[in-house]
Design a protein around this ligand. Sequence first.
Ligand SMILES: Nc1ncnc2c1ncn2[C@@H]1O[C@H](COP(=O)(O)OP(=O)(O)O)[C@@H](O)[C@H]1O
Ligand SMILES: [Mg+2]
Length: 264
Amino acid sequence: MIQFFHVSKRFVGGQVALDDLSFEIARAEMVFITGASGAGKTTLLKLIFREDTPTQGQILVNGRNVSSLPRAKVPFLRRTIGVVFQDFRLIARKTVFENVSYLPRILGMDREQQRRLAYETLRRVGLAHRLTAFPQQLSGGEKQRVAIARALINAPEILLADEPTGNLDPDLAREILELFVELNLRGTTILFATHDRALIDRLARRVLTLEHGRLLSDRPAAAEPVLPPAPATLDLAAMPPVEVAATEDGETPREEPAREEAAP
Ligand SMILES: Nc1ncnc2c1ncn2[C@@H]1O[C@H](COP(=O)(O)OP(=O)(O)O)[C@@H](O)[C@H]1O
Ligand SMILES: [Mg+2]
């Protein structure tokens, strides 16, 4: 779904933000992008939604080359991608409803359709009761939920989140993370950039680690996404031995082989 082939990004002035990055992200994956401040996380995300273009290499989203996309096609790419930022980026003078229904409005949906879609989307993030509130009346966690609803309103296939929990205290950060997990379980492909190890370690998802713009490691998901969270790194020596369930006669249970004679 998202493919990077030898992608580099060098800014004018010589700053290398990304250095020969290659990886693929499959549909419906949830991947953490981590690394210290300045490692290239934000740049990586910006290249995916064509906020910027690479100096070298190719980026494909759904098989389409993002970097060579004509400018006129960029809005179509962006309709398949929702983006959430650390600082929420809500419009202060607009209500929750107006913030969330901005896109349907410019796409020409009528007011009733907008209202229904905004309500439905805010319900998914647990905020349907705050339609008429203004951003300053909301907590940080609520603001981020509004921003997530705004990103989701178009039913994007891909959700990019750039340090979405960076301004939230740990409890709210966990709530927001859980919301992303829920969205991922419903099929949205998610790239979640964060330098918060504690948050990453709550889940067994894939982790791409950047260092000075290079891919330092690509830790695969430790389990299928539908399985409950597991520790990120298992210290086997520190773990108690696993008890193997045994049958009454002491045998290890196993599947009964299919009996030939049972078939008619
Ligand atoms: N517009 C820019 N001009 C010059 N250098 C930039 C620009 N944006 C980012 N950089 C540099 O690129 C590197 C990666 O930045 P960034 O992608 O923001 O990292 P992260 O999000 O991991 O903190 C940093 O060294 C940063 O200073
Ligand atoms: Mg950043």
